[in-house]
Design a protein around this ligand. Structure first.
Ligand code: HEC
Length: 125
């Protein structure tokens, strides 16, 4: 119960911090996501376009669902790890391993996979 409360509190603080860090200056930039240094953000148009090369069936909904899983159930045992820090070829075996640990469904794993690779595909060099 206490752990759950602390987790919820940490999540709330993260959300508040994320909102405060997003400085929306003009209406033009409001729709583009503010990229974090860890690659953990809700993907936008650039990410969707990039991931469609690999997964033509990807949608904004799938990518958002993947983000929610990454920052939700995937943080049960550890914090949300930097997506950028792990190389693209290492990600698939990690997802396979962690999906089992997190006991997510095939559909959730699909969303998570699309989310992670959309972020990797658009990682600033
Ligand atoms: C049941 C606990 C648990 C859950 C749930 C869990 N992890 Fe992990 N994760 C671990 C442990 C333990 C390690 C470190 C040891 C290892 O690599 O197996 C780890 C390590 C990692 C690493 C670092 C791997 C590396 O080689 O640097 C990443 C990235 C990661 N997890 C992502 C995820 C994602 C994504 C999810 C959601 C699908 C997730 N984890 C869910 C326990 C968990």
């Amino acid at each position: 119960m206490t752990t759950l409360k602390i987790t919820s509190l940490a999540a709330a603080i993260l959300v508040i911090a994320a909102c405060h860090s997003k400085k929306k200056t003009t209406a033009d930039t409001a729709s583009a996501p503010v990229k974090s240094t860890t690659g953990i953000f809700v993907p936008g148009e650039e990410e969707l376009t990039a991931i469609k090369v690999k997964f033509p069936d990807a949608t904004h909904e799938k990518l958002s669902e993947g983000h929610a899983i990454y920052t939700g159930v995937c943080t049960k045992c550890h914090g949300a790890k930097s997506i950028y820090r792990i190389s693209e070829d290492k990600w698939q075996p990690i997802i396979d391993d962690m999906a089992k640990k997190a006991k997510i469904t095939d559909s959730q794993k699909d969303a998570l996979t699309k989310f992670v690779f959309s972020v990797k595909a658009t990682q600033p060099k």
